[in-house]
Ligand binder design. Structure first.
Ligand code: FES
Length: 233
């Protein structure tokens, strides 16, 4: 048979004590939430840690699809996820300069045998892709490493690094075609906003950017909510 509580005052005290602990707990949680919100910048994806940055022209306007030339022989880059980390921005096409829809694909990292799935193309034709523009062999950057359009006679449809000859395939998740590199170029996941026809960089996928122990350390964050797209040749 259940024991009757013979001391109602004790019960009341216990109840009040429990409510006090609860109130303190709620208060501490509220303070901690405020601290966390203060620490994490507003443009940062809380789950991945990578910022989400809209691609913008030098005049500050968002990049639209019509700003991107199919098979552009010039080098178009933007920094991501940190300052001074250039990435290629490519709108890929066939030999007639028609957009090519780039499908997500499984990419192997020769150095380790590990695999990752590339994000595929973004935009209305799924033809816009991006990757680190820092060669994974020894770190050469544009213009030494650059995209060669499909009609190019030397390295058609490939990214080639003149420093030591590494070649990557941007139509296949920036996979390794020829060494000496043993690592694909880290892919940038682009998010396309079909309503406004704009693009944002939201994540790096694949191997760590050359020269880094992690993509998000060893450099300075990009301030604001956008990253500038520039043409360097
Ligand atoms: S740094 Fe690019 S091939 Fe060596």
């Amino acid at each position: 048979m259940p024991q009757e509580n013979k001391n109602p005052d004790l019960s009341r005290r216990n109840f009040l004590k429990a409510m006090g602990v609860l109130a303190v707990g709620v208060g501490v949680a509220g303070i901690l939430r405020g601290v966390v919100i203060d620490i994490i910048p507003p443009n940062q994806n809380v789950e991945s840690g990578y910022p989400t940055l809209q691609l913008a022209l030098p005049n500050g306007n968002p990049v639209h699809t019509s700003d991107l030339i199919v098979n552009n022989p010039q080098i178009v880059i933007f920094n991501y996820p940190l300052q001074n980390e250039p990435n290629f921005l490519l709108r890929l096409g066939d030999s007639n300069n028609n957009d090519v829809a780039v499908q997500p694909t499984e990419v192997t990292i020769p150095a380790t045998g590990a695999k990752f799935t590339s994000p595929g193309g973004a935009g209305p034709y799924k033809s816009v892709v991006a990757s680190s523009a820092i060669c994974q062999h020894l770190g050469c950057v544009p213009p030494e490493i650059r995209f060669h359009p499909p009609n190019d006679t030397s390295y058609p449809g490939k990214i080639h690094c003149d420093c030591h000859g590494s070649t990557y395939d941007p139509y296949q998740g920036f996979s390794v075609v020829t060494g000496p590199t043993q690592s694909p170029l880290p892919n940038v996941k682009l998010v396309y906003d079909a309503t406004n026809d704009t693009y944002s960089a939201s994540l790096m996928i694949g191997p760590v950017i050359y020269g880094r122990t992690s993509d998000l350390s060893g450099g300075n964050p990009i301030s604001g909510n956008s990253t500038e797209v520039t043409t360097i040749s």
